[in-house]
Design a protein around this ligand. Structure first.
Ligand SMILES: Nc1ncnc2c1ncn2[C@@H]1O[C@H](COP(=O)(O)OP(=O)(O)OP(=O)(O)O)[C@@H](O)[C@H]1O
Length: 353
């Protein structure tokens, strides 16, 4: 039995199928990230699990308990599920202590201690308890929202883009702190995010949504290295997609002969490489071509961006192949016009049509 199971869940708004027969399972204590284009149904999925919406068809079970099916739905406050929204949605007129304690019994003698414990869990100073939300930074407010959601000891935590309002550095550190906290507490989590790097680093399982359906579900590594199609490939990072002829586990393509991850397929197909698989070495003056043909290219553009600068390379004899967009550190950017040799590390992924 899975911890959380969605079976053929459908949710319509008029003519729009926001969810169209979604099957998803989430293991106890695991972290799932849901990504997909705007309007693909990610928030609706969370709302159905939380109990803010009832599915039109299909069912949701948590630890074997039916939360929603054709017969009805358990109300949101009886599901034991915590929710943190994009803006934290704190009550602006209440103090931090009152916000965190909102779902706790007023007369409970252990209330103050529990609030202090939750503050410590999310790494906030108890001195902040008397402040109001607008006296805290965005990252601190998100931690308070998390503490409030943790207060009732949820079985499952739903995070709807909780880090999107934070700047890059704070976002990464808050995400790490939240991930460690939820894992430490053994709470299964579903995170909705627009940020592919966030999805890949946060989750054990990534689910890609498209038009109300799950296009692919797998580990971050599977989805990044073996996406089912070009849309998923490009959704999860930069991709070099080339036409190729495949035979015996090798592809002939604009980058020469490249090993592929599909030994059975033969014939024409598209292959995918991640930019970090392609290395470039400037060709020295007076260099004579090897007996072994080496793919060559010319640097036609560069863009400085610190640790991950862009180097655009037009392939020599690449025909209609668009220039390759590669990433290099600030120490390794060749000048525009440099002739470079290209080499591929690892295998290319073949899209099976
Ligand atoms: N309350 C509603 N009434 C009518 N249509 C809705 C409602 N909520 C969502 N929809 C529609 O359902 C579809 C899925 O919306 P949803 O908010 O789940 O997408 P999303 O993937 O979370 O999008 P985003 O990334 O932009 O937040 C969209 O076409 C949206 O317009």
């Amino acid at each position: 039995m899975s911890f959380l199971e969605l079976r053929s869940v459908t949710k319509r708004y008029g003519a729009v199928a926001a969810l169209d027969g979604v099957d998803l399972t989430v293991a106890a204590g695991s972290r799932t990230a849901v990504v997909g284009p705007s309007g693909s149904g990610k928030t609706t999925l969370l709302r159905v699990v939380a109990g803010f919406e009832a599915p039109d068809a299909g069912g949701v079970t948590l630890e074997g308990e039916v939360l929603a099916d054709a017969r009805g739905a358990v109300p949101a406050h009886r599901r034991g599920i915590g929710v943190v929204a994009q803006d934290g949605a704190l009550f602006p007129h209440l103090t931090i202590a009152e916000n965190i304690g909102f779902g706790l019994e007023r007369g409970d003698p252990g209330r103050a201690a529990r609030i202090a414990e939750l503050m410590a869990m999310v790494g906030l100073e108890t001195a902040m308890l008397r402040r109001r939300p607008d006296e805290l930074s965005g990252g601190q407010q998100q931690r308070v929202a998390l503490a409030r959601a943790l207060a009732r000891r949820p079985r499952l935590m739903l995070l709807d883009e909780p880090f999107s309002a934070l700047d890059t550095g704070l976002r990464a550190s808050t995400r790490k702190a939240v991930a460690d906290l939820l894992s430490g507490a053994g709470i299964a989590t579903i995170l909705v995010t627009h940020d592919q790097a966030e999805a890949l680093s946060f989750a054990d399982q990534v689910a890609v949504m498209r038009e109300g359906r799950l296009s692919q579900v797998g580990t971050p590594r599977e989805l990044y290295l073996r996406p089912r199609d070009a849309m998923i490939a490009e959704f999860l990072g930069e991709a070099i997609i080339l036409p190729a002829r495949i035979a015996g586990g090798w592809a002939e393509c604009a980058l020469g002969r490249v090993g592929v991850d599909d030994r059975e397929l033969s014939g024409a197909a598209e292959i995918m490489l991640r930019p970090e698989q392609v290395s470039l070495t400037p060709v020295p003056e007076g260099w004579a071509a090897d007996a072994e043909p080496t793919p060559l290219g010319e640097v036609v553009d560069t863009d400085f961006a610190g640790a991950a600068c862009t180097v655009v390379v037009a392939l020599r004899g690449g025909g209609a192949t668009p220039p390759l967009l590669l990433r290099r550190s600030s120490l390794e950017i060749p000048a525009v016009g440099t002739l470079v040799r290209l080499a591929v590390a690892g295998t290319a992924h073949v899209f099976r049509g």
